[in-house]
Design a protein around this ligand. Structure first.
Ligand SMILES: [Zn+2]
Length: 341
């Protein structure tokens, strides 16, 4: 008889809903419990413990996946301080409004699962030890809401606010942005906005003019992938020509501790957080790079692909380009580094 495998380290990830029949928000609790015998450390990043800042869940309505339509947050490189310590039997939980990231206006039978692959767990003094993670799927019912009482995702809300009056003005390229709450630092944002446009314009030209640079950030060249990369930069450029973007500074709801900036797909609002002001104006990991990143989410529909449990930085995304070019051509970090490096 086969010996039963012993896994002394185990974690339970539980998602459960609170009563929300017919209310606008759909609040769920997300809880991580150390079910093992020794203390462990868990990264909050890419879990709802940090709020809904990433597509960290698989939400289905009547069996069909609901596409994520919440914030895409760009953040600082991971630091040890963001790891949470959990003693045996200790739990950490957070409450999030699911409807801010996943459209639930229609209601129905909802299931929520956690994307386990993004969860980073460390057992101090015992690396490479197997950790058993149980992640039961949450199931509950959400009542539909009439149109008059909208339950909007952040993406839906920001797209409604979008200044879509196309104002193409040949003497003003890109269109000057609207800036809120910058405390007298409007010019820094305007400069970065213009440099973002120029960098994306150059990036677009360099797809053919500089094949080595393309290969570094997007990997092996195929017709489809080149079209996708070109399409993202062209969408960024055309929306910057035709739409007045709004930069909202220090908006608490959209800025967690390590968040630099965030936005959502199709939006014309970009949230700039306190960390934005600590970046260099240009170059790798800069204010300009940050804006290229955010515009690629807002106008090009890119996503963030976390690699190796939360690692960030150029090297991760060079590796992504060579190992998985199909992912690189949809990842905001690759568009950022290609345009500014
Ligand atoms: Zn991002």
């Amino acid at each position: 008889m086969a010996k039963k495998r012993i896994t002394p380290h185990s974690v339970r990830v539980r998602i459960y809903s609170v009563h929300q029949y017919a209310t606008r928000s759909v609040r769920v609790f997300f809880e991580i419990t150390n079910k093992g015998k020794v203390p462990i450390r868990v990264a909050k990043r890419y879990t709802p413990l940090e709020g809904l800042l990433h597509d960290s869940l698989i939400v289905k309505r009547n069996g069909k996946v609901i596409e994520y339509d919440g914030l895409h947050a760009k953040r600082l490189a991971a630091s040890p301080a963001e790891m949470l310590e959990l003693k045996p039997d200790q739990s950490k939980s957070a409450e999030v409004d699911l409807s801010q990231g996943y459209s639930l206006q229609k209601g129905g039978n909802i299931t929520v699962a956690f994307k386990r692959k993004n969860l980073k767990i460390e057992v101090p003094g015992a690396s490479n030890t197997p950790i058993k993670v149980s992640t039961p799927v949450a199931k509950f019912r959400v009542a539909p809401l009439p149109k008059a009482s909208p339950r909007l995702t952040i993406g839906e809300r920001d797209r409604q606010m979008a200044q879509i009056a196309l104002e193409t003005n040949p003497t003003e390229v890109p269109l000057l942005p609207i800036i809120e709450g910058s405390n007298g630092r409007d010019q820094i944002i305007i400069d970065a906005h213009r440099a973002c446009f120029e960098n994306c314009d150059n990036a677009n030209v360099n797809i053919n003019a500089n094949p080595e640079r393309y290969a570094t950030w997007f990997g092996e060249r195929t017709g489809d992938r080149v079209d996708q990369v070109r399409g993202v930069y062209q969408d960024i450029l055309s929306r910057m020509r035709g739409i007045r973007f709004t930069y909202k500074c220090n908006s608490d709801d959209q800025c967690g501790g390590d968040v630099i900036a965030s936005t959502s797909k199709g939006s014309s609002t970009i949230y700039l957080c306190a960390q934005f002001w600590n970046l260099d104006p240009s170059g790798s990991e800069s204010q300009v790079g940050c804006l290229v990143h955010e515009h690629s989410h807002a106008s090009g529909g890119t996503i963030d692909i976390p690699k190796d449990g939360g690692g960030l930085g150029p090297q991760y995304y060079r590796d992504l380009a060579s190992e998985n070019p199909n992912q690189a051509v949809s990842c905001a970090y690759n568009f950022e580094y290609y345009a500014v490096s």
